[in-house]
Design a protein around this ligand. Structure first.
Ligand SMILES: Cc1cc2nc3c(=O)[nH]c(=O)nc-3n(C[C@H](O)[C@H](O)[C@H](O)COP(=O)(O)OP(=O)(O)OC[C@H]3O[C@@H](n4cnc5c(N)ncnc54)[C@H](O)[C@@H]3O)c2cc1C
Length: 303
């Protein structure tokens, strides 16, 4: 309770102070930091997906700048032969300002990724973005079926139906490709499940449906129960390694990550980097309020 209260005050803490805890979740402020971390992860047999930090923007000039930054990231990743792909948040490309401009920017990124035989994952943002992000995915999947994917959040009441509705778009040559996560934004109970066990039940229902229908899936979770259940479903449906991977966030449960890799499953780590690290890290800290006890201890212990 106390930790939750402190977590809600996090945005008021001095930035420098939050950084002490954030650096665990962020590769660094620069692309060189992200490339270094990615190489280290590749050496552990783990692939990456790079995320340039930054979300909801207020002008379309920022969208253009963000696109240029991603194009540069793609070029460097390819030159450095990093085993990784790219995750994008459509709100950083103007999704809520001008959908068509956002589509054109992300289309350019997916086309560039396709020219490198690479892949762009569209992150799922809060509920104001869900319809638009599904629409964006459908358009891009029609043109670049092997090079673009979407995220679904198990906590949204609509998710199972959304996945069912996309099913007719799936075929051997045009595979649907989803990352399945629990969902991170604060949503009202009218549209999102709130109870931990209920979210897990729907996560497994969505996952089973995805595996039964042969879509590619990124099983994005650190939850040991879900990981264990996912192993069982993979076995039950004889899912080949070409159709799934596990995914975790940089800095979260590295030991659990190692144990999944040691069992022979493909693993991809989401590596965020960039100057806009503050929003991302306060969300991670709020998600895990136990972390705030470390903050409080450090406040009084300057050694
Ligand atoms: C690769 C990846 C991509 C994601 N993309 C999106 C997205 O596009 N949209 C979206 O809404 N959400 C996204 N998420 C976030 C996701 O929705 C969850 O909020 C987050 O993964 C925590 O859920 P969990 O499944 O790990 O389960 P939880 O029940 O939250 O956690 C399970 C266990 O994992 C450990 N753990 C979890 N979080 C932390 C933490 N911050 N610090 C330390 N330990 C922790 C703890 O041991 C905890 O008990 C993504 C997550 C991953 C892994």
């Amino acid at each position: 309770m106390f930790n939750k209260f402190v977590a809600s005050l996090l945005p008021l803490f001095p930035k420098k102070f939050i950084w002490i805890f954030s650096k665990r979740y962020i590769a660094g402020e620069t692309l060189d930091d992200a490339l270094r971390v990615s190489k280290e992860l590749n050496q552990e047999g783990v692939k990456v997906t790079l995320d340039v930090l930054g979300e909801f923007i207020s002008s379309l000039d920022e969208a253009e700048k963000n696109k240029q930054e991603y194009l540069h990231v793609m070029k460097r990743m390819t030159e450095e032969k990093i085993d990784g792909n790219f995750s994008v948040k459509p709100s950083s490309f103007g999704l809520l300002i001008d959908e068509e401009t956002c589509y054109r920017h992300i289309r350019e990124l997916v086309a560039r990724a396709a020219s490198y035989d690479n892949f762009v994952r569209i992150d799922m943002e809060d509920s104001s973005c869900v319809d638009r992000e599904i629409k964006l995915y459908k358009r891009l999947h029609a043109e670049f079926p092997q090079h673009v994917g979407l995220v679904f959040q198990a906590y949204m009441r609509r998710t199972f139906t959304d996945i069912e509705e996309l099913t007719p778009l799936h075929s051997e040559n045009k595979p649907l490709n989803f990352r399945l996560c629990k969902g991170i934004y604060v949503e009202p109970a009218t549209i999102a499940y709130k109870d931990h066990d209920e979210i897990n039940r729907y996560y497994l229902k969505d996952l089973e449906y995805i595996l039964q229908h042969g879509f590619y899936v990124g099983i994005a979770t650190h939850d040991p129960f879900l990981i264990e259940q996912a192993y069982q479903l993979l076995e039950k449906y004889h899912v080949p390694p070409t159709r799934y991977e596990f995914q975790m966030l940089y800095g979260v449960t590295p030991e659990r990550r190692k144990s999944v890799v040691e069992k022979g499953h493909a693993m991809r780590v989401y590596v965020p980097f960039g100057k806009d690290w503050f929003g991302y890290s306060t969300r991670r800290l709020k998600e895990n309020p136990k972390m705030t006890s470390y903050i409080i201890k450090a406040l009084f212990n300057k050694k």
